[in-house]
Write a protein that binds this ligand. Structure first.
Ligand code: SF4
Length: 473
């Protein structure tokens, strides 16, 4: 049982030296460092931080620290953090370690035994301060909002070391902010409801605006909202955007919005476009309505198409994320996905890695108890932080591996060329022989370069060997 953690843990503090470690945050300057740093420094602790995604680890920091805490907002970050934690353990076996963030509680075997002493998911700042102050949270999910604190960014690596916005032949610096955490939905493949269970926690409006201010001072010309879904709380999001746009009229932004929300709020898009929204990320996942139903996505394929058309009326592009490989995938179904992308002129909008994503089943995934999942489930794999599953057709798994190898070997190649290779490989193994649709036959986007972030969107799927390599040197 989680032990209660409260503000009482923040009283009578002795000054503690805390090393915060981030391993991966989608190529952004980590909120997972800046927010806890602000919380810990506010009560007088001494904090150092390292973002392993851009800097090597200095092992003398392990010698300096009284405690080490790892930001784990997603699967890839957790896999990498476990590697770093092992090296901390090897050098300082008795140093208390903590994992915090969305993925902190995903592994029952590797956390709160070895290597972690504590794990805190959800609204982790208060619990982290309490842990540093000597309170043992064990394995805790925190949902009470902590005090509003401006993220401490001044000692983080500068924005020019992170993802850029590629737009109109230029590359702009990008700042990552969040206006909310959690999600009001419970899509079954998603790790967010495992922690938030349908709850949303808006971030204090003035704090978000002040964070945008400091990012602009640091050089940001574009903001990426890290909220799981920006339209979980439309009035709050509208106020945040209006305030930021008033202060920084030239600033652009992107955010993540599910199809259901795109269509439920048709009146919001002219307002968001006018305030600088260039594109949204949307978890389309599949073009098979049965699979969408299994995942409880709350939208159909026709509605995904409708969302693209609606947004383009306001000059907003969609960058869909896909989950092509599930236990219910067929190779002909993957051809349907390719055809959807072509017919909606989305080839430039999709990072090639998206065509390789295979369903992850973390501990407590909402899919684990579903009858349609049962025939495919294997055992829990602690090293991979998830439940194994197998596809009934071995050729589908083989295709996934071949596509992943293809994409990994083409990281420096333009996305349209890689798409052509992906398209050819999938069609060569399909039974359907129908011709490709005409590009843009359902909907067309603007000609020329489409705005995109230079880091491929890569969230809850297996990390590639290339991603793991920097830590294993
Ligand atoms: S996939 Fe998106 S909409 Fe669905 S639960 Fe996760 S964050 Fe919410």
């Amino acid at each position: 049982m989680p032990r209660p953690v409260g503000l009482s843990g923040t009283t009578n503090l002795a000054l503690v030296r805390v090393l915060l470690v981030s391993t991966y945050e989608l190529g952004n300057q980590p909120l997972g460092l800046s927010k806890p740093m602000a919380a810990l420094e506010a009560v007088g602790h001494q904090v150092r931080c390292v973002d392993v995604a851009v800097d090597p680890i200095d092992v003398t920091d392990f010698d300096w620290a009284d405690r080490v805490a790892f930001s784990v907002p997603m699967h890839t970050a957790m896999r990498l953090a476990l590697q770093v934690a092992e090296s901390v353990r090897a050098r300082r076996p008795d140093l208390p370690l903590c994992f915090y963030g969305l993925y902190a509680t995903v592994s029952r075997d590797l956390t709160v035994t070895s290597p972690a002493d504590a794990v805190i998911a959800g609204e982790y700042e208060t619990g982290l301060v309490a842990w540093v102050g000597g309170v043992d949270p064990g394995r805790a999910i925190q949902l009470a909002r902590g005090p509003a604190l401006l993220p401490a960014r001044s000692r983080l690596p500068t924005l020019d070391r992170y993802t850029r916005l590629a737009v109109a032949g230029e590359e702009w610096l990008v700042g990552s902010v969040e206006a909310s955490r959690g999600c009001s939905h419970r899509c079954r493949h998603c790790p967010v409801p495992v922690v938030y269970d349908g709850r949303v926690r808006p971030v204090d409006e003035a704090t978000v605006v002040a964070d945008a201010d400091q990012l602009v001072v640091a050089g940001a010309r574009h903001l990426t909202f890290a909220d799981p879904d920006f339209l979980n709380t439309p009035p709050h999001s509208r106020r945040v955007i209006a305030a930021i746009h008033t202060r920084h009229p030239g600033l652009t932004f992107d955010c993540t919005v599910k199809v259901e929300h795109v269509l439920r709020h048709p009146d919001i898009w002219s307002e968001l476009a006018g305030a600088g929204c260039l594109f949204i990320v949307s978890a389309f996942e599949s073009v098979d309505n049965v699979i969408l139903e299994h995942l409880d996505k709350g939208h159909t394929v026709a509605e995904a198409s409708e969302a693209i058309i609606l947004l383009r009326r306001h000059d907003i592009e969609v960058r869909p994320s896909w989950l092509p490989f599930t236990p219910w995938t067929t190779i002909d179904g993957l051809v349907d996905l390719l055809d959807f992308v072509i017919a909606h002129d989305l080839v430039p909008n999709v990072d090639p890695v998206q065509y390789t994503v295979r369903l992850l089943l973390p501990e407590e995934s909402l899919l684990l108890d579903r009858p349609e999942m049962a025939p495919h489930l294997g055992r829990y794999d602690a090293a991979r932080l998830g439940w194994a599953w197998s596809h009934p057709d071995g050729e589908v798994d083989q295709l996934q591996q071949d596509l992943a190898a293809l994409v990994e070997a083409r990281v420096d190649q333009p996305a349209d060329l890689t798409f052509a290779e992906i398209d050819a490989l999938i069609r060569s193994r399909a039974t359907t022989g129908r011709p490709r649709p005409v590009n843009g036959s359902v909907s067309s986007g603007p000609p020329g370069q489409r705005a995109r972030l230079t880091e491929s969107w890569f969230c809850c799927s297996e990390p590639t060997e290339a991603q793991l390599a920097p830590l294993t040197r």
